[in-house]
Ligand binder design. Structure first.
Ligand code: DGL
Length: 271
């Protein structure tokens, strides 16, 4: 099969959170077409095992390949932490994750070499950020803190609610006490809490949003492979989920800078 520049980019996540990554691709690579898949039937990924997440990721990549995508972005941090290496070995298509992109920037901006990482239990427990950061600079100390309640709070739309303010200070206090000067938002939903997190730490902590960095990485990979879409036209976007398409469409409309017309539901277990 001949892959050309005009083919779409596949982006997937456990659900809606990966739209924060899709949004950065739309903003920064406006000509690219996107096929987005949200695994809404099997979310959350953050509390599941590595084997399960690798199995899910394989199925989704098979589906996206059937849509003739030219590259795939694993927009989910948990799937990037658990499955990226395995799927990169198995599939003959460029596959990018969200971990390295954030880690690279964190290593560049930290001054005191104390970097915090917040994410799901799976992502933080995997230790992948420490692994990547220590390869770049062995002197960096990584302090991880799972923040599992952030995902449901964002999905409930409570980004500015007093409950979220309280939960955020409980989770973040420990990181502040450990004197971090850089914090990686290691979960798809957390960019939506960015202003709350900035308010907590003030100017002292540099907040790294891997969604933007991943879009930049994607651009570099597509350019290198001669696959960057150079059309003047804005890309087309299609959305697929494994359950509750209407709910997804509604949420997507609140995250993306335009109204999502329709989301199609597919049976991912068939792949
Ligand atoms: N998308 C997941 C992540 O970035 C968060 C939601 C989940 O647990 O599935 O890790």
């Amino acid at each position: 099969m001949k892959i050309d520049r005009d083919a779409p980019v596949g982006v997937f996540d456990s659900g809606i959170g990966g739209l924060t990554v899709a949004r950065e691709i739309m903003r920064n690579l406006p000509a690219e077409k996107i096929v987005y898949f949200g695994d809404t039937a099997r979310v959350p990924y953050g509390s599941k095992s590595r084997e399960t997440i690798i199995g899910y990721s394989r199925q989704i990549i098979r589906f996206l390949k059937e849509q003739k995508v030219k590259a795939i972005v694993v927009a989910c941090n948990t799937a990037s932490a658990f499955a990226l290496e395995a799927v990169q070995e198995e599939f003959d298509i460029p596959i990018l994750g969200v971990i390295e992109a954030g880690a690279k920037v964190a290593a560049q901006v930290t001054r005191n070499k104390r970097v915090g990482i917040i994410g799901t239990e799976g992502t933080v427990g995997s230790g992948i950020h420490a692994e990547v950061l220590k390869k770049i600079d062995p002197e960096i100390t990584v302090i991880g803190k799972p923040c599992p309640l952030f995902v449901p709070l964002v999905e409930e739309g409570w980004t500015h609610d007093p409950v979220t303010v309280e939960v955020a200070s409980r989770y973040l206090r420990e990181l502040q006490e450990k004197d971090i000067d850089t914090l990686i938002l290691g979960c798809t939903h957390y960019p939506l809490l960015r202003s709350r997190i900035i308010r907590y730490f003030g100017e002292k902590v540099h907040i790294v949003n891997p969604a933007y960095e991943t879009a930049m990485d994607l651009k570099a990979v597509l350019e290198e492979k001669g696959l960057l879409n150079d059309s003047e036209k804005t890309g087309e976007y299609s959305f697929y989920v494994s359950d509750a398409a209407e709910k997804f469409t509604e949420f997507a409309g609140s995250i993306l800078p335009y109204d999502v017309a329709a989301t199609r539901q597919i049976n991912i277990e068939e792949y």
